[in-house]
Design a protein around this ligand. Structure first.
Ligand code: HEC
Ligand code: HEC
Length: 327
């Protein structure tokens, strides 16, 4: 990566954080329209938090702590996080933004049954899931001060939202649906090289400056692991369509978003914490999930996920990824 490209990329990112998207790029920001009949939530901002007199000052402190954990998750590197991600790497706009996996629905829809682990999940457990898979980490203990701060931040974002309403506009990353078009690795690589490599690097390893992550990696040991929601091609395609390239959401064609999602999810990454010791068996056991990923399939003659590499994490499975029974 030469330094000119690097500087351009950094400038683009700094701009995008300080000016409205449309103003800075001249590229139309093309987010989907909200479907009729869905609940549209506008999550409160940090300014709202600072000026809400009804909150006990100590509660405000705890919410701010949770917000800081969400935005600067790398402060827990080696404790809760073992890759280069922060929560906002995927939940952009502080976890508030519709079409970017806003995180507040967790507190209005849980406890509920989750297909991923086939039992009724709490809010803490949902947050723990993103630590275990997306951050390739070890979640804060249930009931700990850190976990309470995270939950408080999520709950604050849900202010005034109806409980148990599931018909939520702009939730998650599934706007493009689950039906994939025909996927071609070479085509995905082309899109990657033209639209993504400038920031995420020719080798997908992102970019760092002074020990800080400037652009997060998309594969390899510093990225999300094989159990993360983002490894599902439809999830990555929808995320990319509505959020990438940074500053130009909605600018890729649907097909290009699918192709590049397939390309990045055809590269190696840390093992799925649910690994049984045999990748094909693990794929089969969690087929509900892995039918949407390339894990345990052959791409370019290589069986993806066929290794014991857990990235920088010195263990495979965090101990809170456990079944629940109510007997
Ligand atoms: C690598 C990307 C990535 C990172 C990093 C990440 N998440 Fe997620 N998160 C996802 C995906 C994908 C989903 C599922 C979205 C869907 O269902 O379409 C999700 C869902 C969630 C949800 C549920 C939202 C809902 O609609 O119910 C919560 C809460 C959440 N994440 C919290 C976090 C927290 C807290 C962190 C940081 C510790 C984090 N996430 C880091 C990708 C990520
Ligand atoms: C101008 C720089 C830039 C470009 C170009 C860009 N990204 Fe990103 N991307 C980012 C940044 C910055 C983040 C993290 C967002 C944050 O922390 O606020 C990110 C986050 C991501 C993530 C989630 C986090 C992770 O590391 O897995 C994915 C996936 C992703 N980008 C894919 C792509 C794809 C695919 C393209 C090309 C279509 C692309 N990006 C183009 C800057 C960029």
């Amino acid at each position: 990566m030469n330094s000119l490209r690097y500087t351009t990329a950094v400038t683009a990112m700094v701009l995008s954080l300080t000016t409205p998207l449309a103003a800075q790029t001249g590229v139309p920001v093309n987010l989907p329209a909200y479907e009729e009949g869905k609940y549209v939530h506008q999550a409160p901002t940090v300014e709202d938090l600072m000026t809400d007199e009804s909150l006990h000052p100590e509660l405000r402190e705890v919410i701010l702590k949770g917000r800081d954990m969400f935005l600067n998750t790398q402060q827990f590197r080696g404790e809760y996080v073992f890759n280069d991600m922060t929560c906002k790497s995927c939940h952009m706009g502080e976890g508030r933004m519709n079409w970017s996996g806003p995180v507040w629905p967790a507190v209005t829809t849980l406890p509920d049954f989750r297909g991923k682990n086939r039992h009724v999940n709490s809010v803490e457990e949902r947050i723990a899931g993103c630590f275990a898979y997306s951050m390739n980490g070890q979640p804060p203990a249930y009931g700990s001060d850190d976990m309470l701060a995270m939950v408080a931040y999520h709950q604050w974002l849900a202010r005034s939202a109806p409980v148990y309403e599931r018909n939520i506009a702009g939730r998650g990353f599934s706007h493009l649906g689950r039906e994939r078009p025909e996927l071609d690795y070479g085509r995905g690589r082309e899109v990657y090289e033209q639209q993504c490599a400038v920031c995420h690097g020719d080798d997908g390893q992102g970019q760092h400056k002074d020990g800080q992550v400037v652009f997060p990696p998309l594969w390899g040991d510093d990225s999300y692991n094989w159990g993360a929601g983002m490894t599902r091609i439809f999830t990555a395609a929808s995320f990319i369509k509505n959020n990438m390239p940074l500053g130009k959401p909605g600018s890729l064609s649907d097909d290009d978003a699918w192709q590049v999602a397939n390309y990045i999810n055809s590269q190696e990454r840390p093992q799925d914490p649910r690994y049984t010791g045999d990748v094909r068996e693990t794929r089969e056991q969690f087929y509900n999930f892995h039918q949407h990923t390339n894990y345990g399939t052959e791409v370019n003659g290589q069986l993806l996920g066929d290794h014991d590499n857990t990235g920088h994490k010195p263990f495979l499975k965090p101990d809170n990824l456990r079944p629940r029974t109510f007997e």
